[in-house]
Write a protein that binds this ligand. Structure first.
Ligand code: AMP
Length: 414
């Protein structure tokens, strides 16, 4: 039995993991943050726990799961080999091709002339991605060829994203609703969690630059069991099989970011960790034991745990961001109203914060809080989340007002 779990990371996703794991286990979070209960500065290598859950992509790409496993720990999270799915988009696209997984047409380039040549063969819209990690901000989608060309040049020069951009992946632009399906993998088997949809752009109506994510909701009406089944059969299973063929024992979350195009679902990206803010709406809906599920996956045998089960209630989360985000966020603004938001029955997941000299919680990052509301319908959950978010304030705080709006239109009555 898993009695003590160590969650590695310091953001809203790790808070959501800790919050739901704490239903059945003792949880420590390292390093966590002043808003996450159980946070401690001890490095994960020095923590005693029955199970380690590595939250963010950077330590996974950096091999933290390998090091912990090497020390005999039970770890949920892929090794550096599997984490390349997220650490290198070019490697990921090549793996998709080998696994015959449907995805956008693409080329990867380190050379500007070749990149621009390929770009000009595509009809547009154009998509330019950094090969390496860029905190969700390395993707340009544009209808302007000249803008795409400029972006290729600045990324390849290292000016905009450093070494992460010295190889770019250029893709044809696809259209359609987006969907995130997170699957829990034990190396050879995978089970899906409830789908979620997130909102990437900073502004209402999907305007402004991309962010790490400004809100999310679950369940997703367009993604019934049939769609999830297709995602497992045509995307997740073949990917896991191809990873196995390459000798990669993938134990962790495989997060499939998909677009439901008129020609069927296409894979946009894989992430190797729970989505943030998807975790803040998917995990609270779990009716089964998360610690048991993740421990079974980490041990290489998902059959040891019951399949994940979800309650009928919907969740909506609204991300509250600091002045300047997604550019340089302003630090040090005093956050008020978290208790009032929680008094409304919402859950406030805490990310970019620190304590100032007077012990007050202040902003210390771009995405500061994610306020999750629940309800019998997406509309009810949305009202709950926004009522609670309205209790919170700090100078320069901003958030989207249209998270889950189009999914909340209730049938007119009378
Ligand atoms: P990624 O990090 O690869 O998921 O890209 C971030 C966001 O860019 C996605 O959530 C989509 O909104 C958009 N995007 C990525 N690839 C494409 C594509 N081929 N066509 C249209 N939009 C895309």
């Amino acid at each position: 039995m898993v009695v003590r779990v160590c969650v590695v990371g310091s953001g809203g996703r790790e808070h959501a993991l800790a919050h739901v794991l704490a239903r059945t286990a003792d949880v420590v979070v390292t390093p966590g943050n002043p808003g996450i209960p159980g946070s401690q500065a001890t490095p994960p290598e020095e923590v005693e726990a029955d199970l380690f859950v590595v939250g963010p992509e950077a330590p996974l790409v950096d091999g933290l799961a390998d090091r912990l496993r090497g020390a005999g720990r039970l770890v949920f999270g892929p090794g550096a080999d599997g984490a390349r799915l997220e650490g290198s988009k070019a490697w990921m696209k090549d793996l998709l091709a080998a696994a015959a997984v449907p995805t956008a047409r693409y080329g990867s380039f380190a050379d500007a002339a070749a990149a621009l040549g390929f770009l000009r063969t595509l009809p547009g819209p154009w998509v330019v991605k950094t090969d390496g990690l860029a905190a969700g901000k390395g993707v340009l989608v544009t209808g302007q060829l000249d803008e795409a060309e400029d972006d290729v040049r600045t990324k390849l020069s290292g000016e905009s994203f450093g070494d992460a951009g010295r190889t770019v992946v250029i893709e044809e632009g696809l259209t359609g609703p987006e969907l995130s399906v997170l699957a829990i993998c034990d190396g050879t088997r995978a089970v899906p969690l409830a789908p979620a949809q997130d909102f990437k752009r900073v502004g209402d109506g999907d305007t402004g630059p991309n962010t790490g994510g400004m809100g999310a909701y679950s369940p997703v009406p367009v993604a019934g069991d049939d769609v999830v089944g297709t995602v497992m059969d045509r995307f997740v299973e073949p990917t896991l099989a191809e990873l196995c063929r390459r000798g990669i024992d993938y134990r962790g979350v495989l997060y499939a970011g998909l677009m439901l195009t008129p020609d069927g679902p296409r894979l946009l990206e894989y992430n190797v960790r729970f989505g943030d803010p998807e975790a803040q709406v998917v995990l609270p809906r779990l009716a089964s034991d998360l610690a048991e599920l993740l421990a079974a996956a980490a041990a290489g045998d998902l059959r040891r745990a019951p399949p994940p089960a979800f309650g009928p209630d919907a969740c909506v989360t609204v991300v509250l961001a600091s002045e300047g985000y997604p550019g340089e966020p302003r630090r040090g603004d005093v956050i008020e109203g978290i208790d009032a938001a929680e008094a409304q029955g919402a859950t406030v997941f805490v990310a970019g914060v620190e304590r100032d000299g007077d012990g007050r919680l202040v902003t210390a990052g771009g995405r500061v809080l994610a306020v999750t509301g629940g309800g019998a319908t997406v509309a009810a959950a949305r009202r709950h989340a926004y009522a609670a978010a309205g209790c919170v304030s700090w100078p320069g705080m901003h958030y989207r007002t249209d998270i889950a709006l189009s999914e909340s239109e209730e049938a007119p009555t009378g």
